[in-house]
Design a protein around this ligand. Sequence first.
Ligand code: NAD
Ligand code: IPM
Ligand code: MN
Length: 348
Amino acid sequence: MLVALLPGDGIGPEIIAQTMRVLDAAGVTGLEFEEAPVGGAAYKQLGHPLPESTLALAKRADAILFGAVGDPDCDSLERHLRPEQAILGLRKHLGLFANLRPAKLFPELADASALRPEVAKAIDLVIVRETNGDVYFGEKGHRTTPEGLRQGYDVMAYNEAEIARIAKVGFETARARRGKLCSVDKANVLETSQLWRDVVIEVSADYQDVELSHMYVDNAAMQLVRNPGQFDVIVTGNLFGDILSDQASMCAGSIGMLPSATLDGSNKGLYEPIHGSAPDIAGQGKANPLATILSAAMMLRYSFDRSAEADRLEAAVAKALANGARSADLGGSMSTQEMGDAVVAALA
Ligand code: NAD
Ligand code: IPM
Ligand code: MN
């Protein structure tokens, strides 16, 4: 089994290094890791954020373990050369359309949440975010209006097949959990969202056992902090899912805690924390590696059917937190390496 290891930029290499230590300490064997450059690092080395060789490795691999991309040095490059194009390109070229972002509060972190502990402790949800379409991949550009004004545009679009396949993932995910699916859209304003809602309702005919509700995204953002416990599974488009998942992370303690899996409908997946390259703390040993370690656990579970090992990693993270492991984002002062140490110790 081959894993493409793509550390990327900023804190990416730091959090991936701790994740590899933990996989090693957990005695995970039988996986071959092959590393390749991606993002700004790849641009600087090979002139492209997603070089052919990296894309070929990702295609060949059974799973991809990804750190983060994004480098302020690259923010004024032409868009197709920017680091972010690497993750967008991987999702698109590999047909990785279903991004699962679970948000659950480790009880030890009730005080780290931005919410009152009694509100925060109820959060246990999965955001099923579509990642192959939406305003991310529509026609985009700059033009001049008839009045001579500069205008930027990005077309938001979803076709019914794209909506139906992510809706099915939403229903299946809900069926395997508490049986509640909330579809989040902006159907009161957007035609894209009206079709989204219509298709989700059509697909629901095959999932009578799942309780379906619909919510506008502005209300969903409010409800997520008012009462996150009301949600089981949220299914939504690329842009709304991006925003709501960062918000959900703070309900669950920190953005440094949320893992993700992006699947193509088979066992293949890309596993990454939901956060970015955090240039503000990169190279300082301050990053929380737990979201990446939990992403590796998702990889073991979803791509390799090794749920016992996944359980062990998750239990070690919980135990490390129970033992008091806290990086700065969790209100503590432990370094990235010390957080890795704490998980390794918890595995023993
Ligand atoms: P970010 O997620 O990188 O950081 C937001 C804030 O959260 C920062 O203050 C950062 O220090 C903190 N943070 C993030 N991860 C942390 C961790 N593991 N431990 C402790 N603190 C953490 O978002 P941003 O600052 O908006 O973006 C920075 C760069 O990352 C940009 O170039 C952006 O495009 C990119 N980005 C990439 C991905 C990805 O690779 N999938 C995701 C999001 C953003
Ligand atoms: C994420 C990131 C990416 C996204 C960026 C870096 C393209 O924010 O993975 O959440 O918007 O999907
Ligand atoms: Mn994001």
